[in-house]
Every structure is written in C-alpha cells, then in structure tokens.
Design a protein around this ligand. Sequence first.
Ligand code: ADP
Ligand code: MG
Length: 190
Amino acid sequence: MNTVLDIENISFGYTKDILLFDNFSLSLKAGEIKAIVGPSGVGKSTLFELILGHRKPLSGFIRSSSFSQVFQDPYSSFHPTYTVREQIKEVTSMEGYELLLEKMGLEEAFLDSLPHKLSGGQLQRCSILRALLMKPKLLLLDEPTSALDNLNQLDIMKLIVDNLEGMGVLLITHDGDLAAWCADEIVTLS
Ligand code: ADP
Ligand code: MG
C-alpha cells in the first residue's frame, strides 16, 4: 500500500531545554486511520504544524503526500467576508459535491451563506466537505468533532471512514471512544 506520511526520528522543541518530540517516528498508509491522543500541551497540534511544514524538526525528516486539514475551530478556517461556496471553490473543483452535501446533512443554502451565519456544527461540516473535496492523500483532523454535537460526530467520522479510498487519516482527538472505534492504531503522546 502507498505510504502517505512518513515521519522518521524527528526531534522538536520550541525551546532547547524542552523537547516535545525526541526521536519520534510514525508512518501512515492510504486507507489507514491513526489517532493521536494525549493530554493538553503534549504537542499534538505541534505535530501537525511540523507535518504542514510550518515548523522544521531539529533532526529527522518528514515526507508527506498532498494533504488537507480540518481544525478544531471552524470559524478560524473560513474568511468572514466570503461565502462558504466561494471559499470551497477557491481550492476545489467541487466535483461530486452534491452527494457529499446530502450525506453530511448540509443544504445548498449553507454554501451561499457567510460563515458566521452558520452554527459551529454546520460550518465544521462545511470545513470537512471542503477537505474531502480536495481529494487529499492525507487528511489531518485536529479535534474536528468538538464543534459538532454528539449525534453529528459519529455520522461525520463514519462518512470519512467510508471515503478512505486512496487517503490516510491522522486524527487528533480527546475522545477515546471515537479513537477506539475508528482508528487502526492509537498513538499516545506523553
Ligand atoms: P496540544 O495540541 O497537544 O494541546 P500543542 O502542540 O498546542 O499541544 O503545544 C505543545 C506545547 O508547546 C505546549 O506547552 C505549548 O504551550 C507549547 N507551544 C505551542 N505553540 C507554541 C509556540 N508557538 N511557541 C512556543 N511554545 C508553544
Ligand atoms: Mg492542540
């Protein structure tokens, strides 16, 4: 199977004396879901920053295929003055969006709204829609379901699990049950 993410022996810390990662390795193949769990402040979001290339490891290397990402707070992932549709169109062809829209319980009218007109749950589903439409090889989810209510959480993760062809998923979550249900492997940072 295709490796979509390869992290080898990385070390990283924001300051020299505190290393968040010390010889940390992880690899992910298409079709796999790995969950990253661990207490607040342990470095989960930093790991994504490193994968995204926003930060450089002090040693080791990271190779990643094309990715898209979903953050915890959907309002910070959309520009406030453009409609949701305009912002999705900017990064995707929108090919096949109608089916996903329906599966995600979203309405066309949501797409023509400004982000702040939608609830956190509605907008987070739009953010996941955008990420999936980009057809990434690697999907990075940082606490994506905390903006969703309990009912939506499982439905949305089911949808992602059902659309894994050619894609690997790295999921940061506090939700042990969710991780146990969907992940092939749980990586605990401590
Ligand atoms: P998590 O997502 O697991 O809660 P983070 O990766 O956000 O943890 O943060 C890990 C640690 O690094 C925390 O102690 C945090 O305060 C620190 N940290 C995060 N971002 C920065 C930054 N830009 N500069 C310095 N320290 C940071
Ligand atoms: Mg975090």
